[in-house]
Ligand binder design. Structure first.
Ligand code: HMG
Ligand code: MG
Length: 302
């Protein structure tokens, strides 16, 4: 890896999906479309726009097809949607997605609540999804949730994370996103996890997806950088959480990551002022305050 590549970080925006999936209030599709269009003009190269899941499981994202058909799709941005099974994959293909994300966990107790099956059953289900992806030349990202702790089963052995991650890579996933779903981890937890994973998986196949329930997500990102990870998931204005992980807050705010990374000499390609404007748009529509400290320092544009 040359020096400039080593100093470049990819931010993977999950606000429209992980952020909005956990909102109590209904956000109209036209507001989601405008929010995503604004995010797409900030320099972000990855935006997870929605999920093709069972509407009863995540009512907030049941407008997935409408949102995908309404957004502008500049070539500079990879739009991604979550897909749990073959039915969701077909919907993603119909919507013209070029990248999708499957999701499972390192804990059966979590997958039972979230996707109504065990981890092993989820992988069996994904076989059809990967087959369709190959047929349509669609890239597959894979989430592994509960990489440090499960809200139902407690602490997770890093070996369990390694095992499921390895299987997903063998199936054809281009990247594993490590879901610290409930936001309990401190940097030493992440270090223990990465010590176990990096013996078998190269750092450029791993992304950090850290929820910020206890304010430790940014510290976890900074520790992960020392291990060579260069892709991090983040949510504009820190929106979000998972309905099947009660009490978990949103991901680390994208604004906080852009600020911390750029000031530490990493290039993100994201314009912080434009990003804050996209956040302001969705926050005003939802009448919500941002949890991002960096957001609060950015003067409002006209
Ligand atoms: P199930 O009930 O076991 O599924 O749900 P099923 O196959 O028995 O089907 C039941 C009904 O759902 C059927 O309809 C299906 O057609 C329909 P009916 O015949 O009864 O009318 N159905 C669907 N409809 C639309 N799209 C689909 C679909 N699939 C089935 N794709 C299932 C299993 C996995 C589908 C369900 O549990 C589900 O959709 N779960 C999604 C949960 C979710 O989205 N959670 C949040 C995202 S994960 C997360 O936030 C964590 C992450 O951020 C990382 C981290 O932080 O750790 C990624
Ligand atoms: Mg999440």
């Amino acid at each position: 890896m040359n020096a400039s590549a080593a100093k470049s970080v990819t931010l993977y925006e999950v606000g429209p999906r992980d952020g909005l999936q956990n909102e109590k209030q209904a956000v109209p599709p036209e507001v989601k479309i405008e929010y995503i269009n604004r995010l797409a003009r900030t320099g972000l190269r990855f935006i997870e726009a929605t999920s093709f899941v069972k509407p009863g499981a995540i009512p907030q994202l049941q407008d997935a097809a409408e949102v995908m058909s309404g957004i502008e799709r500049p070539d500079s941005v990879n739009f991604v949607a979550l897909v749990p099974n073959q039915r969701g994959m077909q919907a993603a293909i119909d919507a013209g997605l070029r990248t999708i994300a499957v999701f499972t966990a390192a804990s059966d107790a979590f997958t039972q609540k979230n996707i109504n099956c065990t981890v092993a059953e989820s992988l069996a289900r994904f076989a059809d999804v990967f087959a369709l992806a190959r047929e349509h030349s669609i890239r597959v990202r894979a989430y592994v949730s509960t990489v440090v702790e499960c809200p139902y089963a407690g602490r997770i052995d890093p070996g369990a994370v390694l095992q499921v991650s390895q299987k997903l890579l063998d199936m054809g996933a281009y990247e594993i996103s490590l879901g610290e779903t409930i936001g309990v981890a401190v940097p030493d937890d992440i270090a223990r996890l990465l010590d176990a994973l990096l013996s078998d998986i190269p750092a450029d196949k791993l992304a950090g997806h850290y929820h910020d329930t206890r304010g430790t997500a940014l510290a976890n990102v900074m520790r992960s950088l020392e291990y060579g990870l260069r892709t991090f998931d983040a949510s504009s204005a820190g929106l979000g959480g998972c309905p099947y992980a009660p009490g978990a807050a949103g991901n680390v705010a994208t604004e906080d990551l852009v600020y911390a990374l750029e000031r530490s000499g990493y290039e993100t390609g994201v314009n912080l002022v434009a990003l804050a404007e996209a956040s302001r748009y969705i926050l005003e529509n939802m009448q919500r305050a941002s949890v991002s400290r960096v957001y609060a320092t950015i003067p409002q544009q006209n």
